[in-house]
Structure formats: structure tokens, C-alpha cells
Design a protein around this ligand. Structure first.
Ligand SMILES: *[C@@H]1O[C@H](CO)[C@@H](O)[C@H](O)[C@H]1NC(C)=O
Ligand SMILES: *[C@@H]1O[C@H](CO)[C@@H](O)[C@H](O)[C@H]1NC(C)=O
Ligand SMILES: *[C@@H]1O[C@H](CO)[C@@H](O)[C@H](O)[C@H]1NC(C)=O
Ligand SMILES: *[C@@H]1O[C@H](CO)[C@@H](O)[C@H](O)[C@H]1NC(C)=O
Ligand SMILES: *[C@@H]1O[C@H](CO)[C@@H](O)[C@H](O)[C@H]1NC(C)=O
Ligand SMILES: *[C@@H]1O[C@H](CO)[C@@H](O)[C@H](O)[C@H]1NC(C)=O
Ligand SMILES: *[C@@H]1O[C@H](CO)[C@@H](O)[C@H](O)[C@H]1NC(C)=O
Length: 847
């Protein structure tokens, strides 16, 4: 039993994904990925793979190369691509007995070689050395994007495969659920369904309430709690969200949490690690006229002629970064900071609010405002309330830092909630959502009590009718609009896949798994497990060899490492047809009416979500239905279960091929596995014990030493990765935020050591692995190059600045150099003299 802990040390941690803020993509977010944030639920602290932000698309290279590699019957092959370093791939491979010449090996060699920039010095800039060739090629590609990342592309390629499966007809031997899911996907993809969708949105909103004009308003009929309850039950969360999470004081039960408003149903607001929504708005703003228009709108200015001095200063920096021309006229150069990010986010929300008003006008919802000026006043009143709620939302940086600490856990009871936040009748709200009476002494965690107080203050001073209309408009802005049009930067099919994952993730997983034979799945599982076991062993050795923890701390840390559980590939539930049928049994799909079907699923989803509250925690359900699905190309560490999840979606990509010499797989997949394991021992991880209960692993004296190590890492990253721009005498510094990226960097530092140790041990135990054709590097070098290449990324300055401000991972280039420069063996492996940039005399090390 968890001792009855006091509020301050009983807190839980993070779920990496809080509703409404699940910006790391659905992956991070529980079903969120799903419709509703399953994620949330998951209070499980997920820590994703830090991967996402980064990887490049090696796949692309590799596809382009494929048709140039001519494999003949005699196994010699010719490469004609002039980008490949001359001669490197041409040879008589059969000559070399220890040479791996399988298709996988040949492709891997080609991929690695073409990405290299051999003119760069790995002692100075490993990221450039490993990725320069690839970057150059990307830069030559016309119509470039702001950012090209591998992991996103991995998911995109899995999603594309899912799309093809959903577009093919259901075969007679498939379960009925598959047919339903295909019907839902088709209804999402269908063009020119606006009439149908309009009618459905009107119906859905009308069921919640009618937009009221002053003349029709009957205060006696209105009840805020009732309206919020209805909205929560269709997966909306306009003022706050109510979610179910694993309780980190006792991980076999759930606890209720009141958290931030959530501004989307299917697609988390900023759905990709590098928020494409924001990049989209940045793109718009590159246009000078549009900048002026936006600025006028922001400042409430008329249609005046603006001169250069009125340039939106925020964007000048990007212009200068794009065109580093010292003579550039730049006024008020701007350092991208939280305010800047906030204002771009606000821009995106405002654009959606405008669209919501247009839609509701089209639907006649405002027809009772017969005088135009009445309507205009109403719109401006509603928009004022909406924007005051928006402005309460914390910046991404603040939110992420808070999630990493126990500050997010503020324990209330229903009774206390009522005393502090009387604008809602909490017992009634809980009854309406959970479907049962909840005792007044039930624990409720409030993530942001200050914000909830401010929301209460807004409600208190707002005319109830305006509040009523505001809530309905928020439903349209945050839930309905995305059902008409995919968010900016997202293709329609990709949005529709997302919708299917949200509503029918289990069935879709079943369809995905059909693609693999049981023998293939077993092969993936065996190999993934082998990798997991080997890396876990190395981590255990690293802990054993650490000199700073005292003996009690070491025992606890070791027992946490030994107790770590793997969740690999896919569990058997996804091949249980009875289970899969039951997942779709209650939904009726109207082939034309995507909105109505989605609304139905929203209700079911929320009902299941709230139902789970009364049940004991089931790890498989939480892991595989709430947090991840087999088709997710990502990996996770789950703090509450002390487990790591490695889904099939990541394993079967060529980049992570396990059919190549083990030093290759260790560099990519092994690095990720080790990274996730190390999250159990980062600044947040040490607060949880071997069972996932929030009980600190560190004794007070070890805690102090640990904090010094944290300081080393965070200072080092803040200082090592700064770029100074001097623009007309004004200096601007962009730098990595050592504090925000701390946990990821700590996980990377441990992971890179772990893969080197594992490779050494494997070579000792199994003898030398085969070489790869054309690669004149040691196996250790190739492993590190492969690790670095998994993070190659093409990133424009504006995307770089966004990543610095909102991603808990350092930008990929800096991230790679950062973990390499702390690897004790790096100097030996690449023959770098001590004191070179990547073999500095003082390194940071934690475990
Ligand atoms: C944890 O919660 C479960 C279910 O509520 C309960 O049976 C168990 O006794 C609790 N364990 C501890 C350690 O409190
Ligand atoms: C082997 O390669 C040579 C050219 O390098 C080619 O002429 C020959 O046909 C190939 N042999 C087979 C069996 O494909
Ligand atoms: C390739 O290897 C075979 C077998 O060792 C040898 O007979 C042949 O001469 C080699 N060809 C070339 C072009 O090196
Ligand atoms: C540099 O900035 C100064 C003001 O700080 C301005 O007067 C001058 O025109 C700028 N020069 C250029 C080349 O933009
Ligand atoms: C808002 O009103 C509620 C009751 O309606 C009251 O308990 C609360 O103190 C008020 N809060 C603020 C911030 O005005
Ligand atoms: C399959 O799923 C059903 C429904 O969830 C369950 O009752 C049954 O036990 C499962 N069968 C197997 C073999 O796990
Ligand atoms: C391989 O690399 C070593 C050391 O970097 C160099 O001395 C040697 O000439 C290279 N061999 C080939 C065939 O390029």
C-alpha cells in the first residue's frame, strides 16, 4: 500500500500529454491520438521517444536509390548516382567472406554513404558529417518544406499503407468491423459533402443549445454546469477538461483530473512535433501584405498605409535568418520567445474563430440578430471572452516544464473543488459525466488551479447569455470545424487516417496486423526482445559502475532497472476477432455523414473513457488502447508501469531493420530503446520507484549529487548551442534551452553510452559482425553514424526557432552533437584529439 502521503510528496508526474495540449502528436496522446485524448487518461507519463522531432527521411533517399542499385545474379552491383562518393559502392562483394551482401545490407550501405558529408570533420560537427550529403540533396529539392524529419515520415509511410488498406474492398473472410471502418474512412474522404456536413453540425450544436439573441434569452432555463456536462460528453472541453488518469500514488487505480481546456477533437492542436499549424501561419506571414493586414487586425488599426517601420518586428528576424544579408534593414530585431510563439498560436486560434462564425452564419444560427450592428456586437463580445480564455493558457515551455514536475498535482476533494470553484456544481457535473454519484471526499487532481480561478473570474463577470453563446461557438471552433477541413499543413487523407485511429484504433490495428504473418510478427518480437534485453543489461551495468549514488540509492535504481518491462510489437488482443467486433459494434456509420458518425463516436468514446474510472487499472488496456497502438511509429517509457513500449510501426521500417549486422540496429532502434529506458532515470524518472509509484529513488545525499549532474547537462547545452546573429550591429542569440530539454538530453547521454557498451559486449561474445559493402569505417563508427543519421533534419530558421521555444528535444543537429560530445569513448572511436569540439575535456555524465 502506498502510505498515505501528504500532498506534496505524493504527486504524480507527468503525463506527457495533457489534454488540450497534446502537442506532441497523437502518439503522445492517448487515444488521442484519438479522439479524445486518450491520452489524457493516461496519466501515464509517457515519454516519447525523443525521437520524433527528429529524424530525417532517410527513407526517401533510400527509395530514390533503390532503382539505381542494380543487383545482378552474380551479386555485383553498380551504382550510377553521382552523389555517392566515387568508387565507394563498386566492388566484388562476394570476395569478402565477412561482408554482408543481403539486399538490406546493400541498401543500408547506400543510405549511409549518400547521407555523409566526408568533407566535414566528425571531431567538430558529427551531425554535419553524418547528414551533410543528405541535407545538400534536400536543399536542392524544389518546393522544400520547413522541416523534414524522419520519424514523422516513418509514421506517414505507415499511414499511407493504412490508407491503401482502407481503400481496398473488404474481403469476404474479414470481420464486419473492418467494413464499418472502411465506410467511416470513405465518409471522411468524400468530397462535396458540405450540405450534409452543415446539416449535421447544425443538429449537433442544436442538441447542446441554440445561439440565443437577447430577445430569446430565458435566464431561468440556463445552467452552466448542465451545458458544460453536455459538451464534455461529446468530447469538448471549452473551459477545462475532466479526465481520468492513473493515480501515481497507487497505480492500480485511476484518479480524476481537472485540466486545461482542450481545443480539438480529432487532431491535437499542434499535432506534430514541429507544429505545422504554426509554420503554416509563419508562411502566410512571410507575405508582406499579409503581415500588414495581421498587424492592423492586432492593433485595431484602420486601413492605413504602413511604412517599413511598421513591419511586424517578430518576423524580421526570420527574414534576416533566411537571407543573412548584413545590409538588411531590420528594425526591432526580435528574439523568438514565448510571447512570439503565443502570438502565432493566437493567430491560428483567431483564424479558426473567424471560420467558426462564418460557418454558424451560413447555418443561420445568428438569424435572430436581425440588425447587423447587433450581430457585430455579439460577435465581438463572444470573441473577447474566447480570447480571454485563450490567453490564460500557459506557453508550451511552461506547460512542459510543469508536466515534468510534481507541481501539476494539486490534490483536492470534490468538496474542496466546490468551495474553491463554485461557478460549477461539481457533484452534478461528475454525475452527468461519470454517470454516477461521486462521494464528496473523492480525490480530484487539479493541474492548474490558478488558471481555473481565472476562468471562474471570467465566468463571474460575463453575461450568462454571452457565456452560453461563447461555449457553443467554442464547440464549433474546436470540434466541428476540423471535420470540414483538415488543419493547415495536413493532407486530407492523413487527417482521415487520424480520425479512424481516434474512433476505431483497435479495429485499424487489427487491419494493420493482417499485413504481417504470425511468423513475421514473432520474428520482430524475438529480435526486439533481444535488443531490449541487451540494452537493459548495459543500463544495469552503467548503474552499477556509477560512483556517485550511495548504496541505498544504487540498490533502488538497480531494482528499478531490473524490474523494467517491455511491451513489444503488438499484444494478442488485436488478433481476437470477438474483441475487434465488439469495438465497432455500437457505432452506426452513415456512409455520407462523417460529422454525425464522428459525433456518435465522440459520445461513445467519452462514455468508455469515463466508465474506466470505476475499474481497476489494466496495463494492457492503458498501454495498447489508451496510449499506443501497434501502428504507431514511436516508442514510449511509461512511468506508472515502469515499462517501455515499442510498437510494430517503428520496428518494420528499413531504418530499423533488424536483418542487418547488429551494430546498425543498435545505432537506430537500440538508441531509441536505451533512450526510453533512461527516461526511467532522468530528472523526472528518479521520482518513481520500480513499481511506478511516485517514491523518489534517491537518498538526500545522492539527490544533491544528482542535481549537480543535472546542472552540468543543462548548462552545457545552453552554452554549447548558441548561434549569434549580428544584424546591422544588433546582436541576436538563438540558443538551446538547457532546462526545457534536460530530460531528453539526460536520456540521450545514457543511451549513447549504453549502445557503445552493448556493441562491445556483443562483439566480444559473438565474434566480429560482418562488414557492410563500401563502408570503410569501424563498426563502432558506423553505429554512431547511423545513430546520428536517424536525426538528420532539414530545418529552416523559423522552424529552428519554433523548436527552440516549444520542443523538449533540442533541435536535431544540436541534439546529436550534444550526445556525441559527452560520450566518453567518442574521442577514441573517431580519433579526435582531446579538446576538439566533440571531444571536450569536460564532459557531463549522469549514469
Ligand atoms: C490501490 O488501489 C486499489 C484499488 O483501489 C486498492 O485495492 C489497493 O489497496 C490500493 N493499494 C494501496 C497500496 O493503497
Ligand atoms: C555478372 O555481372 C556481369 C557484369 O559485371 C554480367 O556481365 C553478368 O551477366 C552477370 N552475371 C549474371 C549471372 O547475372
Ligand atoms: C570476384 O570474386 C571472385 C571470387 O573470389 C573472383 O573469382 C573474381 O575474379 C572477382 N572479380 C573481380 C572483378 O574482382
Ligand atoms: C542600421 O540601423 C540604424 C539604426 O539603428 C539605421 O539608422 C540604419 O539605417 C541601419 N542601416 C542599415 C544598412 O540598415
Ligand atoms: C465567482 O463566483 C463564485 C460563486 O458564484 C464565487 O464563489 C467566487 O468566489 C467568484 N470568484 C471570483 C474569482 O470572482
Ligand atoms: C477475445 O475477446 C473476447 C471479448 O473481449 C473475450 O471475451 C475473449 O476471452 C477473448 N478471447 C481470447 C482467446 O483471448
Ligand atoms: C580506409 O580508411 C583508412 C583509415 O581511414 C585509410 O587509411 C584507408 O586508405 C582506407 N581504405 C580505403 C580502401 O579507402
Amino acid at each position: 500500500m502506498t502510505p498515505n502521503k501528504s500532498v506534496e510528496n505524493a504527486d504524480s508526474e507527468i503525463e506527457t500529454a495533457i489534454p488540450g495540449t497534446c502537442d506532441s502528436g497523437w502518439t503522445a496522446c492517448w487515444k488521442q491520438r484519438t479522439l479524445p485524448e486518450k491520452l489524457l487518461l493516461s496519466a501515464i507519463s509517457i515519454i516519447f521517444i525523443g525521437f520524433f522531432v527528429a529524424m530525417i527521411v532517410l527513407v526517401e533517399i533510400y527509395l530514390r536509390l533503390e532503382d539505381r542499385l542494380l543487383t545482378a545474379g552474380n551479386k555485383s552491383f553498380v551504382v550510377t548516382d553521382d552523389v555517392i562518393p566515387a568508387g565507394s559502392l563498386i566492388g566484388n562483394l562476394t570476395r569478402e567472406p565477412s561482408m554482408c551482401v543481403t539486399l538490406e545490407c546493400v541498401e543500408a550501405s547506400a543510405r549511409i554513404l549518400t547521407a555523409l558529408d566526408t568533407k566535414a570533420d566528425p571531431c567538430d560537427d558529427m551531425a554535419q558529417f553524418a547528414c551533410g550529403g543528405w541535407l545538400e540533396r534536400q536543399a536542392r529539392t524544389p518546393g522544400g518544406k520547413d522541416v523534414v524529419l524522419v520519424l514523422e515520415n516513418l509514421q506517414a509511410s505507415v499511414d499511407h499503407q493504412l490508407k491503401l488498406m482502407l481503400e481496398s474492398p473488404t474481403k469476404p473472410d474479414e470481420i464486419k468491423a473492418n467494413d464499418k471502418v472502411r465506410g467511416y474512412f470513405a465518409s471522411c474522404m468524400a468530397d462535396r459533402q458540405d450540405q450534409v456536413r452543415h446539416a449535421s453540425v447544425k443538429k449537433a450544436v442544436d442538441e447542446l443549445g441554440i445561439i440565443a439573441a437577447p430577445s430569446e434569452w430565458d435566464p431561468a432555463q440556463w445552467d452552466l454546469t448542465e451545458l458544460i456536462g453536455k459538451i464534455l460528453n461529446v468530447n469538448g472541453a471549452p473551459l477545462f477538461d475532466l479526465v481520468v488518469q492513473v493515480d501515481d500514488r497507487n497505480t492500480s487505480r485511476y484518479v480524476l483530473s481537472v485540466t486545461l481546456p482542450r481545443q480539438s477533437g480529432i487532431v491535437p492542436q499542434f499535432h506534430s512535433p514541429v507544429p505545422r499549424d504554426l509554420l503554416h501561419h509563419l508562411d502566410i506571414l512571410r507575405d508582406k501584405k499579409e503581415r500588414h493586414r495581421v498587424k492592423r487586425q492586432f492593433l485595431g488599426m484602420g486601413d492605413v498605409q504602413l511604412d517599413n517601420h511598421d513591419e511586424f518586428p517578430d518576423f524580421a528576424i526570420f527574414e534576416s535568418l533566411n537571407h543573412p544579408d548584413p545590409s538588411l534593414e531590420l528594425h526591432n530585431p526580435f528574439l523568438p520567445d514565448a510571447n512570439f510563439l503565443q502570438s502565432i498560436q493566437q493567430l491560428s486560434r483567431d483564424a479558426r474563430a473567424s471560420a467558426a462564425f462564418r460557418l454558424m452564419q451560413d447555418l443561420g444560427a445568428f438569424n435572430s440578430f436581425s440588425v447587423a450592428s447587433d450581430y457585430r456586437k455579439e460577435e465581438s463580445d463572444i470573441r473577447r471572452v474566447i480570447s480571454s480564455v485563450d490567453q490564460l493558457l500557459p506557453s508550451d515551455r511552461d506547460r512542459k516544464l510543469k508536466q515534468q514536475s510534481s507541481k501539476i498535482l494539486n490534490y483536492y476533494t470534490v468538496d474542496l473543488l466546490q468551495q474553491n470553484f463554485g461557478f460549477i456544481n461539481w457533484p452534478v457535473l461528475l454525475r452527468k459525466t461519470l454517470g454516477k454519484n461521486v462521494p464528496m471526499d473523492t480525490t480530484v487532481v487539479v493541474h492548474y488551479p490558478d488558471i481555473l480561478h481565472q476562468i471562474q473570474a471570467i465566468v463571474n463577470v460575463t453575461d450568462p447569455r454571452i457565456m452560453h453563446n461563447t461555449l457553443l461557438m467554442l464547440v464549433v471552433r474546436d470540434l466541428a470545424l476540423e471535420l470540414f477541413k483538415a488543419p493547415p499543413g495536413m493532407d486530407k487523407w492523413s487527417f482521415c487516417i487520424q480520425a479512424v485511429k481516434g474512433g476505431f484504433g483497435e479495429v485499424l490495428s487489427g487491419i494493420y496486423l493482417q499485413y504481417f504473418t504470425p511468423a513475421q510478427l514473432e520474428n520482430y518480437r524475438v529480435k526486439a526482445e533481444e535488443m531490449f534485453v541487451a540494452l537493459k543489461e548495459s543500463v544495469i551495468e552503467m548503474i552499477q559502475q556509477s560512483s556517485w549514488p550511495d548504496s541505498i540509492t544504487k540498490v533502488k535504481a538497480l531494482s528499478k532497472a531490473r524490474n523494467l518491462k517491455p511491451n513489444l510489437v503488438a499484444p494478442s488482443i488485436f488478433s481476437n476477432q470477438t474483441f475487434l467486433e465488439s469495438m465497432a459494434a455500437q457505432v452506426n456509420i452513415d456512409g455520407l455523414d462523417f460529422v454525425a458518425s464522428t459525433w456518435q463516436m465522440y459520445r461513445l468514446f467519452r462514455r468508455d473513457f469515463f466508465d474506466i474510472y470505476s475499474k481497476p487499472v489494466d496495463e494492457t488496456t492503458v498501454t495498447w488502447q489508451m496510449l499506443a497502438y501497434p501502428m504507431i511509429a514511436n516508442a514510449f517509457y511509461l512511468q506508472h508501469f515502469n515499462s517501455m513500449v515499442l510498437p510494430l510501426g517503428l520496428l518494420h521500417d528499413p531504418l530499423f531493420s533488424l536483418d542487418t549486422p547488429n551494430y546498425l540496429g543498435l545505432g537506430t532502434l537500440g538508441f531509441i530503446v536505451a533512450h526510453e529506458i533512461m527516461h526511467g532515470f532522468d530528472n523526472s524518472g528518479v521520482e518513481f520507484d520500480e513499481d511506478g509509484v511516485r517514491r523518489n529513488l534517491l537518498s538526500p545525499s545522492s539527490q544533491q549529487l544528482f542535481q549537480q549532474k543535472m546542472k552540468c547537462v543543462s548548462n552545457q547545452f545552453s552554452n554549447a548551442f548558441r548561434t549569434e546573429y549580428s544584424i546591422n550591429g544588433t546582436s541576436i542569440v538563438l540558443k538551446v534551452d538547457g532546462e526545457l530539454t534536460l530530460n531528453e538530453n539526460v536520456a540521450d547521454l545514457g543511451a549513447i553510452k549504453a549502445i557503445v557498451a552493448t556493441q562491445t559486449r556483443m562483439a566480444r561474445e559473438r565474434g566480429p559482425a560482418p562488414n557492410l559493402p563500401g563502408l570503410n569505417y569501424t563498426h563502432e563508427q558506423i553505429m554512431l553514424i547511423n545513430a546520428a543519421q536517424a536525426y538528420c533534419a532539414l530545418i529552416t530558421p523559423q522552424a529552428y526557432a519554433l523548436i527552440l521555444g516549444m520542443d523538449e528535444h533540442a533541435p536535431p543537429h544540436d541534439r546529436v552533437n550534444g550526445f556525441m560530445m559527452n560520450l566518453p569513448d567518442y574521442g577514441r572511436i573517431f580519433n579526435c584529439p582531446a579538446g576538439t569540439r566533440l571531444n571536450p575535456k569536460s564532459k557531463c555524465s549522469v549514469w
